[in-house]
Design a protein around this ligand. Structure first.
Ligand SMILES: [Zn+2]
Length: 250
């Protein structure tokens, strides 16, 4: 058994037994990993109340080669984000970015992804502008880090940039889009037509330019993101946190 020490963010926790908890972590050095925190549910546990979702710290654990579940030794608190639990929309957003991370992050270290997730959670704590825009923007940034970023700035067929007032046809499966002319020449089923305004706002979210301003096409943006994620999920389990977010935003 090797002792591993690495910065980590707690994505999710489960009750394991009367006294133990399992933590799903994104770690800097080893990507996704699971550890059991023995005794963490005891009233006077040495972990105190630290082991909660959305908390940053440095973990030390005993890594068992060839196993998925390791044993936590130490957790040194970095930043807790308990305030997310006091505001349901912020909490729902944090749930979405951590669930996507849990579903798609690799089990190898990825510094860009690690920093992106922490930045997203920090923003969800601190955002003073429009929360819907912040959540969608952070989710698209995370998706880009995971390697699924959609291309909507140029047409996938002719390579031209659509005119400012033009609609585009978005291909969820390919993660790309067609201009009106190419779509007319080669009509394809299953593409979604995006209005000028929806295209502009999607581009703004993907490029992280919303600046906390309120979206005019918020509902459409959520539907787009949901459909995009559905196409890129590796199995048929829908994202639970997305439904929770939808219920909060109405
Ligand atoms: Zn084209």
């Amino acid at each position: 058994m090797a002792l591993v020490t690495t910065p980590a963010t707690i994505l999710k926790t489960y009750q394991d037994s009367e006294t133990s908890k399992i933590l799903r972590l994104l770690t800097l050095d080893r990507g996704l990993c699971s550890v059991v925190a023995k005794g963490a549910r005891r009233p006077r546990s040495r972990f105190g109340g630290l082991l909660e979702p959305f908390t940053d710290g440095v973990v030390t654990y005993y890594a068992k080669e060839g196993r998925d579940l390791h044993t936590l030794s130490e957790f040194e608190l970095g930043r807790e984000r308990q305030s997310l639990g006091r505001q349901l929309v912020r909490y729902a957003g944090a749930g979405l970015v951590t669930e996507i991370t849990l579903r798609f992050a690799p089990a190898t270290g990825d510094e860009g992804l690690f920093r992106r997730l922490r930045a997203a959670l920090d923003r969800l704590v601190e955002e003073s502008g429009d929360l819907e825009a912040a959540i969608l923007e952070e989710t698209w940034q995370l998706i880009a880090c995971l390697g699924f970023a959609p291309g909507i700035d140029v047409c996938a067929a002719c390579g031209e940039r659509p005119e400012p007032g033009e609609t585009i046809h978005f291909d969820f499966a390919a993660g790309s889009s067609l201009c009106v002319r190419c779509h007319r020449l080669h009509p394809q089923l299953g593409l979604r037509e995006l209005s000028r305004r929806a295209r502009e706002e999607l581009e703004m979210l993907i490029q992280a330019r919303s600046g906390g301003g309120r979206l005019k096409t918020g509902r459409e943006q959520r539907a787009l993101l949901s459909e995009f994620m559905t196409y890129h999920l590796t199995d048929d389990r829908p994202l639970k946190s997305f439904r929770f977010l939808e219920d909060r935003l109405g």
